[in-house]
Design a binder for this molecule. Structure first.
Ligand code: SF4
Ligand code: SF4
Length: 122
């Protein structure tokens, strides 16, 4: 059984993913590929595709709700790292639940993580 996020991707196609421009400035230690961003305002960039009426991050690969991956996982913005999947650490996450429901997916439950752990520690 693969990680629930790799069968989802809903939060990468629900929010405007905005962050400080320095996260895409290699000279300042930034890692986000600047060519995948667009200027949002004087201080912020957004991942391309997420500042749209129907957001879909340019870095999201695969089929939402089936099999997905972030094409820049190791270089994704801080806001992406901050999104917690519901119940992975014992708490629900409104960002996760709302994203999934917007795409017709049921919110994750504690059982999803029990099942995931059972397969991956077997
Ligand atoms: S919506 Fe939740 S389960 Fe889906 S990719 Fe985002 S954090 Fe993971
Ligand atoms: S950068 Fe990766 S984790 Fe962040 S929204 Fe885009 S696809 Fe999702």
């Amino acid at each position: 059984m693969i990680h629930p996020c790799l069968r989802c991707g809903a939060c990468c196609a629900h929010f405007r993913v905005a962050f400080h421009w320095s996260e895409a400035d290699f000279g300042l230690g930034g890692v986000v590929p600047v060519e995948l961003t667009e200027k949002l305002d004087a201080h912020r960039l957004a991942m391309r595709g997420t500042w749209a009426q129907r957001p879909h991050c340019i870095a999201l690969e695969g089929t939402l709700g089936e099999s997905v991956r972030c094409g820049i996982y190791a270089r994704r913005p801080s806001v992406c790292r901050d999104v917690e999947p519901s119940w992975e650490n014992g708490n629900s996450s409104a960002q996760c639940d709302n994203s999934r429901m917007a795409h017709g997916l049921e919110p994750l439950t504690p059982q999803d993580w029990i099942d995931f752990a059972a397969v991956n520690t077997a």
